[in-house]
Each structure stands twice: as structure tokens, then as C-alpha cells.
Design a binder for this molecule. Structure first.
Ligand SMILES: [Zn+2]
Length: 188
């Protein structure tokens, strides 16, 4: 797939998942939902160009986002380099950048991107939450859980329209991410 087509496809998907997209550069977008902010980098290379971590932090605005999604042919190896670079920032400059890195391999783009977004929304539910309603009993501690996120989208994994929900237990902190086919759901 050509780089441009790939970027368009990812942007379209993130939009469907409720994100507003800000195109920062040809190979970099920012995806924003409520106060959750993600940088999405499309890398054609499988290495980093910079040795100095400040360049990396600056290029990807890592001080301004909660996570970075790297989409590349060998995304895992670049993600590794980025993590090392952020470690270096700590040693060299005493600079702690708290960013979660997700790698999305182009070969398994659809599934991998969907899983990354599921993960990010669940991890940063405080920033993305769009609803508060009763979510039944917590399977771990039996307290009342809350549903804090509700969204409908076309799932690439389930190949159908789904309702997505994120539950959190205020007592033990358990979080559950669920996607359910709309045809099986009682609350359409
Ligand atoms: Zn609980």
C-alpha cells in the first residue's frame, strides 16, 4: 500500500473511533478525543534518524501527548529505539517523558491498529470518558462498576458494527474493554 493511501486509511479509522485529526506533517498526525492526545507516526524507515532524544521528543511533540502510535513495516524495532531514546532523555537531561508507545505493523494494520486504540482508550479512560452509567458488578471485588465510555464503530476485527464500552471499578480499579456486535446487543 502506498504511504499516502495508508495514512488516509488510518486517519479514516481514527475518525470513526471518535478522534479529531490534526495533520502535523506528511508523516505525522495528532489524534485528539476529549483530553486524550495521541501522536501517530508513519515511518517508512526502520530506524531513528536522531541520536539526541530531545530531537525525538520535539519532532513528535511527545511532551504534549499521552501516547505515540508508530505505524511502520517493522514497528516493533522502532518502538524499541524510541523507548531507549526516552531512557536516554532521563539519564542525560533528567527529563521524564511519560508516553505509552504502541507499535502497529503494516502487515497486520487493521487488527493491530484496532487493538492499539482499544488499549489506549482503556488505559486513558479518565481523559477519554464520555459517559457515566451503571456497569453492574465488578467480577473481581463485587462493587458497582461504571461504564465510562460508549462508542459505535465498524470493527475491523469483528468485521461488523459494534458497540464499544469501557468499564471501571472505582473500588479495585479493574478496567474492562468490551466490543459487542450491535445485532447481539439489547441497547441499540
Ligand atoms: Zn472491583
Amino acid at each position: 500500500m502506498r504511504q499516502d493511501n495508508l495514512i488516509e486509511k488510518v486517519i479514516k479509522y481514527l475518525f470513526e473511533r471518535g478522534f479529531t485529526i490534526i495533520r502535523l506533517r506528511k508523516d505525522l498526525v495528532k489524534a485528539v478525543q476529549k483530553t486524550l492526545r495521541i501522536s501517530v507516526w508513519f515511518s517508512e524507515k526502520d530506524y531513528l534518524d536522531w541520536y539526541d532524544p530531545l530531537n525525538l521528543i520535539d519532532e513528535f511533540q511527545l511532551g504534549d501527548v499521552q501516547s505515540l502510535i508508530i505505524i511502520a513495516p517493522r514497528a516493533y524495532s522502532i518502538a524499541d529505539e524510541v523507548l531507549h531514546s526516552l531512557d536516554r532523555a532521563r539519564y542525560w537531561y533528567d527529563l521524564f517523558i511519560d508516553v505509552k508507545i504502541y507499535s502497529v505493523d503494516i502487515a497486520i494494520l487493521d487488527k493491530s491498529l484496532e487493538e492499539a486504540v482499544n488499549n489506549i482508550i482503556t488505559t486513558f479512560i479518565d481523559l477519554a470518558m464520555n459517559i457515566v452509567k451503571d456497569g453492574g458488578r465488578c467480577p473481581r471485588c463485587l462493587s458497582n462498576m461504571y461504564v465510562l465510555y460508549l462508542w459505535k464503530f465498524n470493527s475491523k476485527i469483528l468485521k461488523d458494527k459494534v458497540i464499544e464500552k469501557v468499564y471501571r471499578c472505582p473500588n479495585c480499579g479493574l478496567r474492562i474493554h468490551r466490543t459487542m456486535k450491535i445485532e447481539n446487543s439489547r441497547e441499540v
